[in-house]
Design a protein around this ligand. Structure first.
Ligand code: NAP
Length: 328
């Protein structure tokens, strides 16, 4: 197999060094399925990892990229034939196993998911780890009683990757969406995705009451911190919050009152789900949760732009999903 290009993170003096390297397949972490990567993307975790933050990567050198979509080049796993279109996310890729920021990836077959019918390689890449998180959140919220028609669902961090796909999915499924965003200028984008109402980020509140006006049938939370605490105070009785992010803080200061008086449900989302759950959720994403605006959500960049966009994500300068075309 020919050599290929990959972005490798090397241990640096302080932050890691991001280097474009010419590699052979033997340089990659082991696995029995080799994949020609068509697209990868930048998720928030990749941006943190590229700066050595949160101890995400512990062994170097490492190829980042927590998701990828591509075609099988070689497989010792009988479930995957050469040419099969597949997606891989989580399971430690881009963290403790070489990830998607490479033109070729090698992973264990147990981590590989065949892209469901109805989704192209590009669609699967735009969805990626972020869109899967949105779909998994919706899946669990519906298992916990959320249905269209119960009232607005709030999506915070609204212009972000997970949130953009979530707004699109919720709207296609018949939910009314309120988007919470710090970027006023992105109102047309959020409306295009389907948000019927847009509000600004939460202003600091001193000594908030344990319960406030009940507004949301559900909430999809990328932000955490004070915003998540406020959500616990403002979801309707029986309302469901899916919490997976900490873009605005990791602490959670709330009281038990929304839980015991309103019966609200706070669902912790770890999108690194077992394969049977992934198969179920990806099928829903391809059908009943199918987003309608993947082209508009995607900002496609070339491989050499990766370091710039990793920085931009941490500076809050990205919108939707940043998808990397790995072919050039
Ligand atoms: N648990 C899991 O399995 C899992 C899976 C995927 C993602 N995540 C986490 O989910 C979060 C979102 O991921 P992503 O890939 O969608 O990131 P992203 O594209 O960077 O989106 C995050 C959004 O949060 C908002 N935001 C950023 N800083 C903020 C602040 N200080 N206060 C309030 N809002 C802020 C911004 O939206 P606006 O400018 O529109 O307000 C930003 O676009 C991250 O924390 C990520 O680590 C967790």
């Amino acid at each position: 197999m020919q050599n290929f290009k990959a972005f490798r993170l090397l241990a640096g003096d302080g932050a890691p060094v991001c280097q474009l390297a010419d590699l052979s397949v033997d340089d990659l972490s082991p696995g029995n399925v080799t994949i020609k990567v068509a697209y990868s993307s930048i998720n928030y975790k990749d941006a943190l990892a590229s700066k050595g933050l949160n101890g995400i990567i512990r062994t170097w050198p490492r190829i980042g990229g927590i998701d990828l979509a591509g075609t099988v080049l070689e497989s010792a796993d009988s479930r995957f034939k050469k040419g099969a279109e597949v997606v891989v996310h989580g399971f430690g890729i881009g963290v403790d196993h070489d990830g998607g920021h490479s033109q070729v990836a090698r992973v264990p077959g147990d981590w590989v998911l065949r892209i469901p019918e109805g989704l192209s390689l590009f669609d699967a890449a735009v969805i990626g780890a972020a869109g899967y998180t949105a779909g998994y959140s919706l899946h669990l919220m519906e298992l916990n009683g959320l249905e269209p028609g119960q009232g607005p669902v709030l999506v915070d961090g609204a212009t972000g990757g997970v949130a953009s796909v979530a707004i699109d999915m919720l709207t296609q499924r018949g939910y009314q969406v309120t988007a919470m965003s710090g970027k006023e200028s992105e109102a047309p984008y959020l409306k295009m995705l389907g948000a019927s109402n847009i509000i600004g980020r939460l202003a600091p509140q001193e000594n908030p009451k344990p319960l406030e006006k009940a507004q949301w049938a559900g909430a999809i939370d990328s932000v955490g911190g004070a915003t998540l605490a406020w959500l616990t105070r403002t979801v309707q009785p029986g309302g469901v919050i899916a919490a997976f992010g900490n873009a605005g803080g990791a602490e959670l200061a709330t009281t038990v009152l929304p839980f015991i008086l309103r019966g609200i449900r706070l669902l912790g989302i770890n999108a690194n789900s077992p394969m049977p759950v992934r198969e179920q959720v990806w099928k829903k994403i391809a059908r009943e949760y199918r987003p309608a605006h993947l082209v508009q959500i995607a900002h496609v960049i070339q491989m050499d732009e990766l370091p710039t966009y990793l920085d931009r994500m941490l500076e809050g300068q990205t919108r939707g999903r940043t998808v990397i075309d790995m072919s050039k």
